[in-house]
Design a protein around this ligand. Structure first.
Ligand code: ZN
Length: 428
């Protein structure tokens, strides 16, 4: 297959040849006489597929919220070609048996994937490190099931063992001892943001980075939502991600979102959101990851203290970032780095993340003229709602995984047969 006249993220116009699962040539002009299939991409952008290192696809245990099939279809339709699933399923991914069970569900994946292992008091590191694990995490300062606080012995133990095994640790940094109990009598959706304070995040990032630095290991901070958290990670030489909801939404949106806007860490003040946005735009933040965490609308439509935390985002993230590139908030190059280049570097996926000869042909083609409004009814997640309803996105014409189109917006059958593989098993 030959893609002609595509505009790459850096603005160069190139022909790109795909042979089998790889990009085999990138050049100003390639002879098309021997190609079976030629695509005219004049005026369109060709980008590497997104690597989203933080999703919750809910199986096993919570298939009514999302399944590997619906989650990865949602990913493919949004231009995401690799996802990394987190361990808080049922059973949690803390031992070999649970890993193998999740791996069997992932056979229905339409995009490539990694599986993170979790840390609890009963975790089995030897069994986990024996499996093709992507990373550990999101590990809380105490464990992977949401128990936080200042008992850091388990966390420190996880750092040591992961370091020995050569596995990165992804950290959910909030210190619940610094939450503000004085707001527990409020019942509005904003009470969640008032309760889970910004300082609880900053203190936990500081503590996690200290413990990692003492041990000379590298950690990755998940979904930083505060400028202080981002700056602390960067100053410590650690990496961090920002979620689309912390980039595009703030407490000001909670009037409209209600308890659908409850997530961890919570939405922050608009001034903090602006400072987070600046750090994403200037490259202080390493990557965008969605923390795609779907719940049904019925589960979310309850009181603020009962609503489960999390919002969907895997299908809308790249379209929203590309819309931002088109309207001038970021450059296309920054979007490429945040969504593909940097995650491939940080998590050691050497044949992915750029449109370059020799890499896997994980590609997204978008038409910059096709800004469209995000509508939940057009999305593929099982949870049927989005916190980004009505915002603008540039959705892919098609998404290619290792040389084959896995999503084609204009085709009657949009998706092919599931062919996602564990990125730690082959090729890397
Ligand atoms: Zn998460």
């Amino acid at each position: 297959m030959l893609i002609q006249n595509a505009t790459l993220a850096d603005g160069r116009t190139r022909d790109v040849r795909i042979t089998g699962d790889r990009i085999t040539a990138v050049s100003e002009s390639l002879d098309d006489s021997t190609d079976d299939h030629v695509v005219d991409a004049t005026g369109k952008r060709l980008l590497p597929g997104m690597i989203d290192v933080h999703v919750h696809f809910r199986q096993p245990g919570f298939g009514h919220k999302e399944t590997w099939e619906t989650g990865t279809k949602s990913a493919a339709a949004g231009g995401v070609t690799t996802v990394v699933d987190q361990p808080n399923t049922e059973p949690p991914t803390v031992d070999g048996e649970a890993f193998d069970e999740k791996f069997s569900y992932a056979e229905s994946a339409h995009v490539d994937f990694g599986i993170n292992g979790g840390v609890t008091k009963s975790w089995q590191p030897a069994e986990l490190f024996d499996r093709p694990l992507f990373a550990l995490g999101e590990v809380f300062l105490a464990d992977s099931t949401g128990e936080m606080g200042i008992d850091t012995s388990l966390f420190a133990d996880a750092l040591d063992r992961a370091s020995e095994a050569g596995v990165t640790v992804t950290v959910h940094a909030e210190d619940e001892t610094l939450f503000d109990d004085t707001v527990r009598d409020r019942n509005d959706a904003d009470a969640w943001s008032a309760y889970r304070t910004a300082s609880a995040e900053v203190a936990a990032v500081e503590r996690a980075c200290e413990l990692a630095t003492e041990r000379d290991v590298r950690i990755h901070i998940a979904h930083t939502s505060t400028p202080g958290g981002i700056d602390t990670a960067a100053a410590s030489g650690m990496t961090c991600e920002v979620s689309p909801h912390h980039l595009f939404l703030s407490r000001e949106d909670l009037d409209e979102l209600g308890t659908h806007g409850v997530m961890n860490p919570p939405l922050r003040d608009e001034t903090l959101r602006e400072e987070v946005y600046e750090r994403v735009a200037d490259g202080t933040v390493d990557m965008i990851a969605t923390d795609h965490a779907p719940h049904t609308a019925a589960e979310k439509d309850v009181g603020v203290w009962d609503a489960p935390s999390g919002v969907p985002g895997v299908e809308t993230v790249l379209p929203m970032l590309l819309a931002e590139a088109e309207t001038g908030g970021f450059t296309y190059e920054r979007v490429r780095d945040l969504t593909a280049n940097n995650p491939a570097d940080v998590f050691d996926l050497p044949d992915r993340g750029t449109v370059a000869e020799g890499n896997y042909a994980d590609l997204v083609l978008v038409d910059p003229a096709e800004l469209t409004e995000i509508r939940a009814e057009n999305l593929h997640t099982k949870c049927t709602w989005t916190p980004f309803e009505g915002r603008e996105g540039l959705f892919p014409d098609w998404t290619m995984l290792r040389g084959e189109i896995v999503y084609n917006r204009s085709a009657r059958e949009s998706f092919g047969t599931p062919r996602g593989k564990n990125v730690r098993v082959f090729g890397n």
